[in-house]
Design a protein around this ligand. Structure first.
Ligand SMILES: [Zn+2]
Length: 125
């Protein structure tokens, strides 16, 4: 922290009031600090819940569309079912350089002519 930072009045990130007293204080008091971290934690949980919901929906779509483990479908077909192509759990690259996007045990890969190939990597136990 440099001199100008130290002189500039700081505001509490929770209640937005000016902080008085020690210059290294970040919050007015313990209550503001607790409330602030509680709020941050809640926002993170909400975000994670949202992503998990999309992932589970994606997996459900792939499972329903591809019950026998291997299939080629038009990309549009998955789009119409509400599939989110930007939400996956990992990428598997084959030796030939083809990339499979994993949604847990289900995977999709881009083919030519706006088609997708769907593959199951691990069968349910
Ligand atoms: Zn405060």
């Amino acid at each position: 922290m440099n001199e100008t930072d130290r002189r500039k009045p700081k505001k509490c990130p929770y209640c937005n009031r000016l902080i008085s007293g020690r210059t290294d204080k970040m919050f007015c008091d313990d209550r503001c600090r607790n409330n602030y971290y509680y709020q941050v934690n809640n926002e993170q949980k909400t975000y994670i819940r949202k992503i998990n919901k999309i992932l589970l929906k994606n997996r459900g779509i792939l499972r329903t569309v591809n019950p026998y483990g291997r299939l080629s479908v038009p990309k549009r077909y998955l789009e119409e079912l509400g599939f989110d192509f930007n939400c996956f759990t990992g990428i598997y690259k084959t030796k030939k350089g083809r990339e499979y996007y994993l949604v847990y045990d289900q995977a999709f890969s881009y083919e030519e002519e706006d088609r997708m190939s769907l593959v199951v990597f691990y069968r349910d136990a």
